[in-house]
Ligand binder design. Structure first.
Ligand SMILES: [Zn+2]
Length: 288
């Protein structure tokens, strides 16, 4: 199956009160693990690619071509969207060119008028190519220079304004954070989420920073209109922990344990397990 826009899978998710997982990829193994797990669970899936990960994987064209070839050779039949995560204006254009099926334009650092203007232009291009596009309002917290910022909650009226530009999905800051959550994190702002949902109606909402949000808060967010949840750090932590155990147990020193196919296997299994748990939690199993 060819790459698809995220529009149909998210429209279905919003109507069916579940969420599609976006799992960020970093290399061949990551891509393979996410695709295989989505197929095994018969779940639609979104592969997220940050600009940094795109560069690391030798550019967006390499990522798009690798993913398409992998879908073909693994016999993947569930819907797969290849999505630029937190794209710049230039990055968004490069991904459209490279054959991605979805982009996020993160114009949240521009003044609202410029954000709106650039979003409008990219919406028109995506529409003409049958691609989906995500926009962001407010800001999502995270660590910068060792300090964890709490982000800025989105203004529901601003969300409405951006939703009306014709974007496919909308990321809104509601107290969520990229990376690990600090001990004193006060939790998601469900009052803000409910107000946004009320102003934006059927628009699928996106929750970034899915790592470490307690399961009950995830379920509540889905019930209030979140249809896409981004998971990145959690797969990285799981991969690193399993790889650490393998080496600490000296398995790389036994037989051919140094073979990368053996060395990376426990980490890959850990990514798969994380993706499985998230698909269960988000309710997207058997929704392909
Ligand atoms: Zn994000």
């Amino acid at each position: 199956m060819a790459l698809v826009s995220a529009k149909e899978m998210l429209t279905k998710a919003k109507a069916g009160h579940y969420a599609v997982g976006q799992f960020n990829i970093n290399n061949l193994e990551w891509t393979k693990c996410v695709l295989q797990t989505a197929q095994e669970m018969n779940a639609p899936v979104i592969l997220g690619v940050s600009e940094g990960a795109g560069k690391y994987m030798c550019g967006f064209k390499t990522v798009a071509d690798m993913t398409k070839a992998m879908i073909d050779s693994l016999g993947i039949t569930v819907p797969v969207a290849l999505h630029l995560d937190h794209g710049t204006y230039e990055g968004a254009k490069a991904c459209i060119e490279a054959g991605f099926s979805s982009i996020m334009f993160d114009g949240s650092h521009y003044p609202i008028d410029e954000n709106v203007e650039k979003t409008r232009e990219l919406v028109a291009i995506c529409e003409s190519k049958g691609m989906s596009i995500e926009a962001e309002v407010g800001s999502i917290g995270g660590e910068e220079d060792g300090v964890i910022g709490m982000g800025e909650c989105a203004d529901p009226d601003e969300c409405k304004k951006v939703a009306e530009l014709g974007v496919t999905m909308l990321a809104a800051g509601i107290g969520n954070i990229h990376g690990k959550y600090p001990e004193n994190w006060p939790g998601l702002r469900f009052d803000v989420l409910a107000a946004i949902q009320e102003k934006t109606g059927v628009m699928p909402l996106v929750l970034h920073g899915g790592t470490g949000i307690p399961a009950d808060q995830i379920r509540k967010a889905i019930s209030l209109g979140v249809s896409k949840i981004n998971v990145n750090t959690e797969c990285q932590l799981a991969f690193a922990a399993a790889t650490r155990t393998y080496i600490e147990e000296g398995k790389d020193l036994q037989g051919k344990g140094f073979d990368p196919r053996k060395l990376l296997a426990p980490g890959c299994e850990a990514i798969k397990q994380t993706v499985r748990e998230k698909i269960e939690l988000f309710g997207s199993a058997d929704k392909a």
